[in-house]
Unconditional design. Structure first.
Length: 211
C-alpha cells in the first residue's frame, strides 16, 4: 500500500470511496487515526497527552501503574457485559487487570456453566490451567493425554475457550487477541483484521509507508 494510499485512507471513515480512476479503497475513521497517533507516542509524550486529557475532562482519573504498564485481560463475571459497558468505552485490554486467580476463577466458573460434552469440559479445564496471568494461552499446548494428539480437537477446544469472557481470553498472541475482540464487536471490515494480522509491529513503529 503506497504512501499516497495512506493519505487517502486517513481522510475518510470506515466506508468505501471511489477515486477518479474508479478504484475502491478502504478508509480509516477517527478512532483508528487516534489509535495510530497513540501508538507513535513515546512514554513521555503519552503521559503528557493523558494528563492534558485529564485537565480537559474532570471525569478522567489517571492512576499510575503499580508495576509497569502491561496489556492484560480483565476478569469479567459471567453475563456481565452490560455492566462492563457502564465502566466506560475503553477496550477491555486497556483496562486495569485483576489478579490472575480472579481471572482463572471466572473462566472456570464459565466453563462449569457451559452445555458441552464432559470430554470438552475436561479439555477446557486443562486450557484454563495453561492460561497465563494475562489470559493468554501458549502458542501450542497440545497435551496428547488430553487431546489424543488430535490437532482438530485442540483447535475446537481453543475456539470454545476463546468464546468466554472477557473478549480476547485464550488468544495465543496479541494479534489473535485483537482479532477476537474485533469479531466480538461485529467488525466486518477487512482492513483492521489485515493490520492486526501482519502490520502491528510496523504500525507501532509509525512505519505507515510499509503498510
Amino acid at each position: 500500500m503506497a504512501i499516497g494510499s495512506i493519505r487517502r485512507i486517513v481522510r475518510g471513515g470506515w466506508s468505501m470511496k471511489i477515486s477518479l480512476s474508479q478504484e475502491q479503497r478502504p478508509v480509516l475513521g477517527q478512532k483508528m487515526q487516534m489509535s495510530m497517533q497513540l501508538l507513535q507516542m513515546n512514554a513521555m509524550e503519552l503521559d503528557t497527552h493523558l494528563r492534558n486529557l485529564a485537565l480537559e475532562n474532570p471525569l478522567i482519573d489517571i492512576k499510575p501503574p503499580e508495576s509497569g504498564i502491561e496489556c492484560s485481560l480483565r476478569a469479567v463475571p459471567t453475563g456481565s457485559r452490560s455492566k462492563s459497558k457502564q465502566d466506560g468505552d475503553a477496550p477491555e485490554f486497556l483496562r486495569p487487570a485483576q489478579n490472575y486467580e480472579s481471572l482463572r476463577d471466572s473462566i472456570r466458573e464459565q466453563i462449569a456453566g457451559l452445555r458441552v460434552p464432559e470430554m470438552m469440559r475436561r479439555e477446557l479445564s486443562y486450557l484454563s490451567g495453561e492460561m497465563d496471568e494475562r489470559g493468554y494461552l501458549p502458542p501450542d499446548c497440545i497435551q496428547p493425554s488430553i487431546f489424543c494428539s488430535s490437532r482438530e480437537r485442540y483447535e475446537n477446544a481453543v475456539k470454545v475457550f476463546q468464546s468466554l469472557e472477557p473478549a480476547g481470553v485464550g488468544a495465543r498472541s496479541l494479534s489473535e487477541c485483537l482479532c477476537i475482540q474485533l469479531r466480538r464487536k461485529g467488525c466486518e471490515d477487512d482492513l483492521p483484521y489485515t493490520i492486526c494480522g501482519g502490520y502491528l509491529d510496523r504500525l507501532a513503529k509509525g512505519q505507515l509507508n510499509h503498510i
